[in-house]
Design a protein around this ligand. Sequence first.
Ligand code: FE
Length: 345
Amino acid sequence: MKSKYLFAAALILTVTFASLNASAAEVNLYSARQAFLMTPLLDAFTQKTGIKVNMVYLKKGMQERLKAEGANSPADLVLTSDIGNLHNLVKAGLLQATQSPALEKNIPSQFRHPQGLWFGLTTRARVIFAHKDRVKPGEVTTYEDLAKPHMKGRVCTRSGKHMYNVSLLAWMIASRGETAAEAWARGLKANLARKPQGNDRAQIKAVYQGECDVAPGNTYYMGKMQTNEKSPVQKKWSAAVNLIFPNQNGRGTHVNISGAGLTKSAKNKAAALKLIEFLSSDAAQKIYAEGNFEYPVKAGVKLHPLVAAWGKFKPDTTDLAKVSEHRAQATRMMDRVRFNTMDGS
Ligand code: FE
């Protein structure tokens, strides 16, 4: 009787410890990156470490949600794309700094926050897509060319207030100063074939259809179009354009990131940091970058063959943390030049 009682007590204790362990070894992730991309990586992480990842996909509204939840937020870690989103989370005080020798080793310094508030995990270049026949070789080799008189009426772009274009302009301000950046923004606007509208892919479609000859866009869209079985017409759009890496004889092409950061409210900090470290490792980097036709942030990791086929390029190496300090200025500049209108002012 007594031993039976002891056995039951031991069993209860074991079960209790097991469940305590299980709850300790978890990470709650808010991800703006889609499940198709993250699931294979998160499964591999769990298999390797025993740490369970609970991912919530948030297409929009991550910042609002974290703010509303405050210190009670279950989120330990966020994953999002574009330096703009990471910068906004920092500005809102929603991330916390962390140190990690592995992350410092794996991620070049221009792609991580100097105090460890965020870490870039994949990169993408904002390039120029140019019609194969209507744009002659050498006609457009720099971002500056897009704003020159010979491109009048030949440029398409999405909204000047979209994060990708604000990042590009912030980078222009960081690298060339406010006056030159504003002259560029005005010149670019003066060359637009139509009012800014649609997403990056819609610009390439417009080039294909003859509405314009060139458009800035992010590299991964090329891969997504080239392989699009759901919407095969996009293969035609992508086949109509060359992918040009701008400013190769100068400072290099503007590169942006997708990245991660620990939330201020993180309760599973050690496990969350392990997940960021895992995502920066060779094995994960390959899967992560390939899944969305991006570039690995870690040097030496093999590229997807399609991505490799676009050619090697020289990236600009300005710290993205420094670039992001010019975001508010860039947004005001877009307003000042009335970028999204076609009023000629
Ligand atoms: Fe995108």
